[in-house]
Design a protein around this ligand. Sequence first.
Ligand SMILES: C[S@@+](CC[C@H](N)C(=O)[O-])C[C@H]1O[C@@H](n2cnc3c(N)ncnc32)[C@H](O)[C@@H]1O
Length: 250
Amino acid sequence: MIPDPHAKDAAPHDDGAAADTPAADKPDYPRRGIRSFVLRAGRMGSGQVKAMETLGPLYMLPYKAERLDFDQAFGRHAPTVLEIGFGMGDATAQIAAARPQDNFIGIEVHTPGVGALLQRISERGLTNLRLLQHDAVEVLRDMIAPGSLAGIHVYFPDPWHKKKHNKRRLIQAPFVHQLALHLAPGGYLHCATDWRPYAEQMLQVLGAEPLLANTAEGYAPRPDWRPLTKFENRGIKLGHGVWDLVFTRR
Ligand SMILES: C[S@@+](CC[C@H](N)C(=O)[O-])C[C@H]1O[C@@H](n2cnc3c(N)ncnc32)[C@H](O)[C@@H]1O
């Protein structure tokens, strides 16, 4: 049975189901036997299917095990921000629209979300947003040059509530170290969650990473430019709190 990253009572699962990606040349990289997501057969609306066909070739970057040239991908030179797990992409599109001076690369594995965000890119006429449908851990490892990112957004990553599934959480020390290495000096890592134990884990792990400095005394105020996400709205309706963390690369 497929575990649900949000279910507080998720069923047991087989971690070995996901293939390990060989990274013999990058021995310090976290092992990828355990993934932070489970691929589900999501229902695609006809608009999303059409968007994948017609807009995909324009705005999607294929996953390749080679460095991505940002200037070529966007047709300009600008600070580039990576978002991991944009979900349906509502917040991503709003942020890209509000910050036209920056480039954004959104990564998501869930096909309906990719289709939905492609539609938004087209509706809003966004020229500064590209999408990549692949495991973000591998994208970072294989396609993004160290020290090249102006920012990284990780908004409401799957909380994996059950203790035995906590190991699937994205924000853990080895991956956070990789995130930090891929930031340019002064670049920022912005995480948000509505699950208190995960917020505490984030604060502990980010605070322990020597390459990162906290911009706040603990949790940070939500920056004006981060709109509420779809997932966040659902959590707020359920009475959850929300915790933002903003760290910068030393
Ligand atoms: C809880 S949802 C939050 C979505 C969105 N950020 C929001 O706040 O509405 C987390 C998303 O991260 C995606 N995800 C998890 N691990 C990922 C990975 N390694 N690479 C790409 N996407 C991932 C999942 O598919 C899911 O859509």
